[in-house]
Write a protein that binds this ligand. Structure first.
Ligand code: TYD
Ligand code: MG
Length: 455
């Protein structure tokens, strides 16, 4: 047998070389080159073994029948929304997220709902024993006998079970891709080549047999699903499950979706009986908001295309140090210091004599410039010790000369606020002029000095 050629490739850009280098010659990133013992074989694969993607004959685009995909509802509205209306038959979905965020719980709950609708599901866990899965399942609720559990890390065994004509599964869950391995790949589970080969094997089965597969993937420190980016290219849908360790809410976000939009998010809350849907995230985020307190401002942010009302809090007090303190929670620190500088310069308020603490209540992390105006308002409100009208909300971006710039999708934000019972808003003048419908009273402003007059 000819000696297999060693190939190294870059995790970031996919650049291939025959020698390992510390810096990728392609994208100039450091420490991204990894070994791929089988990379050379991928291109030479026999045609017969190619996963069934379609006939080898080119077809005219006008002759290709585009039937609507077969979809199964997951039994959870929020999950369906993120998937674009349910699980597509034969699709491969990657669910990424930090360890302990609730990926296994989310998928187990999905399994429960879908088995109740008569689908057969195989749940393969390489991380937990059957007992552990059962213990989690008991917290979630009652299951029927259409759900099959398998505690296995060897993917070849899993493949045999799935392809066995005696077993007919509609859905397979692999929890997680970092724990499974293929015997003929000479690398440790979780290594780049294992993850790559395993995913490609699963992809073949999913497409050939029309089974929808969910793969769980852990996220590394840098925020990418561990393993090469190729993993994200191979699958049809990439979902990220994220949230705060302290707060109970969790957000499911589509990063890539071949069957739907990536603008949708699903909001869940982790309870002691599993995850429950948060149907009205605005209400959830505004829970416990103080009334008539200085330094508390309601704003509206967008997660994808979904408006979510939030409370921005600021505490401004005289500093006891030479150098004022600034703290930002849930929002970019540099943005807050920048806004402080704008207030100082454009409004003539001596912010450098004051400490300022800014917080997004509820544990959500936002980095949308349209929150600027609300932050400025919260700081001013706390500085002056004056509360704003409780039924008023504020959004808009603030520029360096203190100008208030338009925010995207203003109408959506206003409609959401109106639905939540808000009666007035301070918004950028440019947005006010473009509004088609004003369900609430709108004060359009051009400059933050006008904001000071309104407060
Ligand atoms: P898990 O689904 O195991 O996370 P992942 O698969 O992403 O690593 O969820 C683990 C956390 O969720 C764990 O810290 C306990 C918590 N949890 C609850 O709070 N309530 C529940 O009903 C369940 C099943 C888990
Ligand atoms: Mg898990």
């Amino acid at each position: 047998m000819a000696k297999q050629k060693q190939i190294f490739f870059c995790k970031e850009c996919g650049y291939e070389t025959s020698k390992w280098t510390g810096q990728c010659p392609g994208c100039r990133e450091w420490n991204t080159m990894v070994e791929s013992p089988k990379a050379g074989s991928a291109g030479k694969r026999a045609y017969a073994k190619r996963p069934g993607i379609g006939p080898a004959k080119p077809s005219k685009i006008t002759e290709v029948a585009a039937d609507t995909e077969d979809r199964f509802g997951t039994g959870t509205g929020e999950f369906d929304r993120v998937l674009g209306g349910g699980v597509v038959k034969g699709s491969l979905t990657l669910v990424g997220g930090d360890p302990g965020i609730g990926k296994s719980t989310l998928l187990l709950q999905m399994c429960r709902n879908m088995t109740e609708r008569g689908l057969n599901i195989l749940y393969v866990s390489g991380e937990e024993s059957l007992k552990q899965i059962k213990m989690r399942a008991d917290r979630i609720g009652k299951f029927n006998d259409r759900l099959f559990l398998l505690s296995e890390t060897c993917l070849d065994v899993v493949e045999d079970i799935i392809t066995d004509p005696e077993n007919v599964f509609d859905i397979v869950v692999i929890d997680s891709i970092q724990t499974v391995y293929k015997e003929d790949v000479d690398a440790a589970p979780g290594s780049v080549s294992q993850v790559r080969e395993c995913t490609s094997a699963i992809l073949g089965i999913a497409k050939q047999m029309g089974i929808s597969v969910f793969i769980v993937g852990h996220v590394t420190k840098e925020g990418v699903v561990a393993g090469p980016r190729v993993l994200e290219h191979m699958v049809d849908t990439v979902l990220y499950f994220e949230g705060d360790n302290i707060a109970a809410y969790r957000m499911l976000r589509a990063v890539k979706n071949r069957f739907g939009s990536t603008n949708e998010i699903g909001v869940f809350e982790m309870k002691n009986t599993g995850l429950s849907e948060v149907l009205n995230p605005s209400e959830y985020m505004l829970q416990g908001k103080p009334e008539n307190e200085a330094g508390s401002i309601v704003t509206c942010t967008l997660e994808g295309t979904r408006p979510i009302m939030l409370e921005v809090q600021a505490l401004v007090c005289q500093t006891g140090f030479n150098y004022p303190r600034r703290t930002a929670v849930g929002i970019d620190f540099n943005r807050v210091t920048l806004l402080m500088a704008i207030i100082e310069k454009r409004m003539g308020i001596h912010m450098s004599d004051y400490d300022a603490y800014v917080n997004i209540a509820g544990g959500l992390k936002v980095n949308e410039p349209s929150l600027d105006l609300a932050i400025v308002a919260a700081v001013l409100s706390s500085y002056r010790g004056r509360a704003l009208d409780d039924r008023m909300f504020i959004f808009g971006e603030v520029g360096l000369v203190g100008e208030v710039r338009a925010a995207p999708m203003a109408q959506r934000r206003i409609n959401e606020a109106a639905k939540m019972g808000y009666t007035s808003c301070i918004i950028p003048k440019a947005n006010e002029e473009m509004l088609e419908d004003k369900p609430i009273k709108c004060y359009g402003i051009k400059n933050i000095r006008e904001l000071a007059e309104l407060i």
